[in-house]
Design a protein around this ligand. Structure first.
Ligand code: PLP
Length: 429
């Protein structure tokens, strides 16, 4: 029963647009009442009615060590006694920058911000300032936050100008964002040729997580690296989801392809609002106050946020076995889920990269935006709600990646499989 969630949702809608502070929380893709939560520990999340769920959302990625990890909580508590903000430099910011550099070696300099959106917005400004070029290339179905330059969809023809995907974004902004197809190097090469000497950056999710989870095809990231070198274009890996998740050094380490700039969010803040962008010293030195590219933030490098992030990252840094265990858990879940999906003779495609995974109800291999959109969304809706009834909290959209945490036990994974078995039986009937 979701009686309290229903009541809270009604109350929330009166004073908060759609009752939520970020649209994906509103359950628009799956329908029904969004679940309101009151607490969580490890991989168990408890709603306002007292129902418990196994959590595969993990606050959309940050909670890789599970909720309320004792080291993270203690770090926040300790820091809070010394003031919640100074707006002046602190030692924890240096420790954080040093740790990020140790984990991701090509991040020679890093600037802290307050969200993944800010990190990506700032990274493209830096790339433009550094190269003196205006346009950026992004990929259809990738998400880089809600900065105006990213809310641009492809025009009707492959090489036509982009169009704002949200009112409020100007046509002027749209003309500087070009859309390529994920996993399609030809589409990138064409745009680079057509806009010769005017593409400042290519920004890409090295493993896409915002059209479900889609791995890069062999050679895709390497190809982007080569094209960027050839065209003197800055390669930006948006590792807001993948950073510190797919390996200590994120997707860069996992695929051994190294970008010029990298953006972070989610895990780097341990559940507090943090983002960061960093990379080659030569590029980062265009950032104010060293260089002319303006970028700032009243709460950037906030002591509570830095302490939470530092606690989480240093735990991951000190315990590489956590990545091995997480990988084993994800593989176990994916393998068993495939068995169940096969038994139900449902058309599906499952992608899994480390602790990110997605199930698409389609007969196609999902490698990009078009194929992701072949998924049967009605079937997903039923599956989602049946899983929810059985105590499994999945992302409320077929186009969001599941995030696994180190706190998932084998028992929880087995419970998830049995719930999937029962839910698929209902979904098919
Ligand atoms: N980049 C990627 C890859 C993301 O997944 C997200 C958020 O989901 C963002 C950027 C934006 O981050 P935030 O929501 O912290 O602004």
């Amino acid at each position: 029963m979701l009686l309290k969630s229903e009541y809270l949702y009604k109350r929330a809608q009166k004073f908060i647009p759609g009752g939520v502070n970020s649209p994906a929380r509103a359950f628009k893709s799956v329908g029904g009442v969004p679940v309101f939560f009151k607490k969580a520990k490890g991989s168990i999340i408890t709603d306002e009615d007292g129902n418990e769920y196994i959590d595969y959302v993990g606050s959309w990625g940050p909670m890789i060590l599970g909720h309320a990890h004792p080291t993270v909580i203690k770090a926040v508590q300790d820091a809070s006694f010394n003031s919640t903000s100074f707006g002046a430099p602190t030692e924890i910011e240096i420790k954080m920058a040093e740790l990020v550099q140790a984990m991701v070696p090509n991040v020679e300099k890093v600037r802290m911000v307050n969200s993944g959106t800010e990190a990506c917005m700032s990274a493209i400004r830096v790339a433009r300032g550094y190269t003196g070029k205006d346009k950026i290339i992004k990929f259809e179905g990738n998400y880089h936050g809600h900065g105006d330059s990213f809310l641009i969809k492809a025009g009707s023809g492959a090489l036509t100008l982009g169009k704002p995907s949200s009112p409020g974004v100007t046509k002027g902004t749209a003309k500087d964002t070009l859309n390529a197809d994920y996993n399609d190097l030809d589409s990138v090469e064409k745009l680079l040729k057509k806009n010769k000497d005017n593409v400042a950056a290519i920004i890409v999710e090295p493993v896409a997580g915002n059209m479900g989870c889609i791995p890069p095809q062999p050679g895709f990231l390497e190809g982007l690296r080569e094209l960027c070198d050839e065209h003197k274009t800055v390669l930006i890996f948006d590792e807001v989801m993948t950073g510190f998740r797919l390996a200590r050094g994120g997707a860069q380490e996992r695929f051994d392809v190294w970008a010029d700039l990298v953006t972070f969010g989610k895990i780097i803040g341990g559940g507090l609002p943090v983002g960061a962008f960093g990379g080659k010293k030569e590029i980062m030195d265009v950032v104010a106050p060293v260089g002319p590219v303006y970028q700032a933030g009243t709460l950037s490098g906030n002591p509570l946020a830095m302490s939470a992030g530092y606690a989480q990252l240093s735990t991951l840094e000190k315990h590489p076995e956590l990545y091995v265990e997480l990988e084993e858990k994800a593989e176990y879940l994916a393998k068993r889920l495939r068995v169940v999906l096969n038994q139900h003779e449902i058309d599906y495609h499952m992608n899994q990269v480390g602790s990110m995974a997605s199930v698409y109800f389609t007969d196609q291999e999902v490698t990009g935006f078009k194929t992701a959109n072949t998924t049967d969304q009605e079937l997903f809706k039923i599956f989602f709600h049946e899983m929810l009834k059985r105590g499994i909290y999945l992302p409320p959209s077929p186009f969001e990646s599941w995030f696994l945490a180190t706190t998932l036990t084998n028992e929880m994974l087995d419970k998830t499989i049995s719930a999937a078995d029962e839910s698929l039986a209902v979904a098919k009937s």
